[in-house]
Ligand binder design. Sequence first.
Ligand SMILES: Cc1cc2nc3c(=O)[nH]c(=O)nc-3n(C[C@H](O)[C@H](O)[C@H](O)COP(=O)(O)OP(=O)(O)OC[C@H]3O[C@@H](n4cnc5c(N)ncnc54)[C@H](O)[C@@H]3O)c2cc1C
Length: 395
Amino acid sequence: MLNNLKTAPAALEAPLVRAERAAAIAAVHAASVDSEARFPEEAMAALKAEKLLGIMVPASLGGEEAGVAEVVDVCFRLGRACSSTGMIYAMHQVKAACVVHHGMASAWHRDFMSRMIADQLLLASSTTEGKGGGNVRSSEAAVEQADGRIVLLRDASVISYGVQADAVVTTARRDADADASDQVLVVFDKKNYSLEKTGGWDTLGMRGTCSAGFSLKAVGAAEQIMPVPYGAIHSQSMVPTAHLMWSAVWAGIAAGAVERARKFMRKAQRAGGELPPGLPHFTQSLASLRSLRALIAATLNRYESIAHDPKALTAVDFQTAISLLKVDASELAVQTVMAAMRATGLSGYRNDSDVSVGRSLRDVLSSPIMINNDRILSSLSASTLLSEIPSSIRD
Ligand SMILES: Cc1cc2nc3c(=O)[nH]c(=O)nc-3n(C[C@H](O)[C@H](O)[C@H](O)COP(=O)(O)OP(=O)(O)OC[C@H]3O[C@@H](n4cnc5c(N)ncnc54)[C@H](O)[C@@H]3O)c2cc1C
């Protein structure tokens, strides 16, 4: 009988195809997410329904084993539709990449990865704490261990979507005697922790990321600590994926602004028959968007060519390039949106026009301070002073 025939579950469409559908929903709600500084719940429901949260999980655990390049594409599409949705997705995937790349040797983390797919878990990140500011390679709070149990009390100055997340992936000092840079990465399920709000998130932009401050109290099992020291995870996965995925979101924001500037140009030309006076700024916005996307693509290619080679990933040359990607991409993204704004003039400056660039500008201004460019450049200074100028740019 036909009814007894079992059909295999339909194969999922490519992540980018599913992302386009989620992005369309994100775009509809982007304005209210921004004005009400609320979590983009409609877009997140769509991302979960499209099963886009666990795409990096290996096939052996039921995942799609998507690569960083596919996630970068999704980040771009979402960033173009709604900056906060794009950045939430990027921050989630950075943590997912850390777990996927470094957690396979641990039964607890393998089980967690299976649940990432089955339950479409949303992972939040906690690195910023207390007085430490944006120095991710330094932790104050230490993991306390006794009888296989662990406790972590953390003054987390910022945890984006802390309230809505299903798990928090956090850095911490290895133990009370460890140096600030002797860190571990720990995965806590929602049932493991409580969050007490210590600060709000009334910001210029990226308002839907809901990145409030929290006092984090977590209790779990020792096996929830990632099996690899955080130092290795940081240089091999956390920094490369964060800088690539964040940059893709910023490029998406910039592309959205350029698209609105193009719309303005077309309308202005049709109305007056003459070339609009802001045209040179529009040309400039296109040129810097092109540079931004080329920079991301080139760095992504470079990352992918060495993604399975820890030695190459941690080499000074690559670490410098991936750090500079964040600095250069953020500056280019701001430059692009600013040029789009100048191209559109008052129409783009207004909040109530269909070519408004205001929200894009407010959102993209978070990019140079999200791990401050000054901090990145100053930490690069020592290594750049000591190393040779690479022949690729010297000769
Ligand atoms: C949208 C958004 C979402 C975020 N989400 C999260 C999250 O989910 N989890 C999380 O943990 N964090 C999150 N953060 C925080 C982020 O990771 C950084 O910690 C934060 O942006 C750093 O903020 P800061 O400027 O106060 O700190 P700092 O980096 O300490 O900078 C403070 C000031 O000191 C200057 N400065 C610092 N170091 C140097 C230096 N070496 N040389 C020269 N000047 C220096 C900077 O220019 C800056 O003016 C988020 C940030 C943003 C913008």
